[in-house]
Write a protein that binds this ligand. Structure first.
Ligand SMILES: Nc1ncnc2c1ncn2[C@@H]1O[C@H](COP(=O)(O)OP(=O)(O)OP(=O)(O)O)[C@@H](O)[C@H]1O
Ligand SMILES: [Mg+2]
Length: 463
């Protein structure tokens, strides 16, 4: 099946992958893992039944900075599902009045088309490379001997007429050239190429982004046909020429109809839309200025979440089986404040825990992209060896927890501001300290941050 994703991870494997980046939040990880696996299950039941099974959409509820968006982001990278993240609140913004929520489905299709296209590009690459090589050889080789007069050959090479018979065939010359090409001996030579200028001029872009594609017309192609593609001559080095020709051939080899079909199939069967900030479209519609009615946005969302058909420039897309994962802090509201029809479409609710000192210690050190690792690597580029003692890490986590408690709880984001403040001097002076080792211990952290932490006003500003 074309829309099947390449790897089918089990829920346990999905959670394990997420664990590499996100500390704790087991319930949320499990919920998204099950939802993902359910797509695959649905695709494997009988066709009749599979139409009946609707995705179990999820609402992730939790304070700010505890990993909601991060889970979604990492999930997207786990498998090949087309995935986009949309801020639900953007549909209420002034500038977006009239911008229909269906655009998120269109964006998803656009993304899927690119995704499938670049996969196809990988597939045809060997073939494209082969053709590109032949084309370069065509350019490099002088006219074929068959087209040259034998007399020329003879006078050129000072050879006798009777030797012409044994003269190396054109093919061997070509093979010699090919070998030189492979060995990189021609890398500094230039060739003349006719390059097609890309089709989408800036003017055309303006049209398509303003929603004309609603009509399901492919504006770009229309204009592309009116204005013939421009060709320009260019003199480029051979490696670059190979690349250009390879791309050109790849475009030619790709069957765009097939790509589009596959992309739409993938969106319909395994697309995921992450609706962030869903709590921002909840609520007291006490007309805050010119905002679009929030409940209105919910009503607009409803058909898409429930399943409808959206017209895109690649064709009709059914949204029935797209998985929606939404997230919100829900500090001033509850999921039950959503309009009832929408609530019913998000049957799975998971709460994320707020983070404390212990989690902060782990967040600082454990994830693949852990903050401390990032700073250590950054300083290494300056030749500075940065070392964090355990008591320093504990102290940083402690400060984060305390400041979160005293001022505002912004979760793990607090670690970022604290680390910046902690290391600002070292960061500034690093270029002068090449070859040195800098050890950060508990007392360094205390010394650097104590005054700020103790002064609540100061910590509001700095940390
Ligand atoms: N549990 C966690 N494990 C590892 N890193 C985390 C965790 N929670 C948050 N972070 C880090 O903190 C930052 C903010 O997290 P994230 O964007 O997921 O917050 P959020 O829950 O979506 O908050 P908001 O409600 O404000 O959107 C991210 O860069 C992420 O790396
Ligand atoms: Mg977020």
């Amino acid at each position: 099946m074309i829309y099947m994703t390449s790897k089918q991870l089990t829920p346990r494997e999905i959670v394990e992958r997420l664990d590499k980046y996100i500390i704790g939040q087991g319930d949320a990880k499990k919920a998204v893992a099950i939802a993902l696996r359910n797509r695959w299950r649905r695709q494997n039941v009988s066709e009749e039944l599979s139409e009946e099974i609707s995705p179990k959409n999820i609402i992730m509820i939790g304070p700010t900075g505890v990993g909601k968006t991060e889970i979604a982001r990492r999930l997207a990278k786990l498998d090949n599902s087309p995935f986009i993240k949309v801020e639900a609140s953007k549909f209420t913004e002034v500038g977006y009045v009239g911008r229909d929520v269906e655009s998120m489905v269109r964006d998803l299709v656009e993304l899927a088309v690119n995704m499938v296209k670049s996969e196809e590009q990988e597939n045809v690459k060997p073939k494209a490379a082969e053709i590109a090589e032949e084309r370069i050889l065509d350019i490099l080789l002088p006219p074929k001997p068959a087209e040259r007069k034998v007399e020329d050959l003879v006078s050129d090479r000072h050879i006798e007429m009777h030797e012409v018979e044994q003269f190396p065939q054109a093919d061997t010359t070509r093979e010699k050239m090919r070998r030189l090409l492979h060995e990189g001996k021609l890398d500094n030579r230039h060739v003349d190429l006719e390059i097609q200028e890309s089709r989408s001029g800036p003017m055309i872009e303006v049209f398509t982004s303003s929603g004309i594609e609603d009509m399901g017309l492919n504006i770009k192609e229309m204009f592309g046909n009116i204005f013939p593609q421009k060709k320009k001559k260019a003199r480029v080095k051979i490696p670059e020429a190979l690349e250009i020709l390879e791309n050109e051939e790849a475009q030619r080899l790709i069957d765009m109809d097939k790509v589009t079909k596959a992309a739409i199939g993938r969106v319909e069967q395994s697309g995921i839309i992450f609706l962030d900030e869903i709590d921002k479209i909840v609520g007291s519609d006490s007309t805050h200025g010119p905002d679009v009615s929030r409940e209105g946005v919910q009503r607009d969302l409803l058909p898409i979440v429930e399943g409808s058909t959206v017209n895109t420039r690649y064709g009709m897309v059914k949204t029935d089986h797209i998985l929606f994962i939404s997230a919100g802090a829900f500090s001033a509201s509850k999921p039950s404040d959503l309009i009832p029809e929408l609530q019913g479409r998000f049957p799975i609710r998971v709460e994320l825990d707020s983070l404390g000192k212990d989690e902060f210690i782990r967040i600082l050190t454990e994830p693949h992209n852990a903050l401390l690792k990032q700073y250590i690597e950054m300083m290494a580029t300056e030749g500075v060896t940065l070392l964090f003692k355990d008591d320093a890490i504990a102290e940083i986590a402690e400060v984060a927890a305390v400041v979160n408690e005293r001022t505002e709880n912004i979760g793990a984001r607090r670690l970022y501001t604290i680390m910046e403040t902690l290391l600002d001097e070292i960061s500034f002076n690093a270029p002068d300290m090449a070859g040195k080792e800098v050890v950060i211990d508990g007392s360094y952290v205390k010394e650097k941050l104590e005054n700020i932490v103790e002064d609540e006003d100061l910590s509001r500003y700095i940390l």
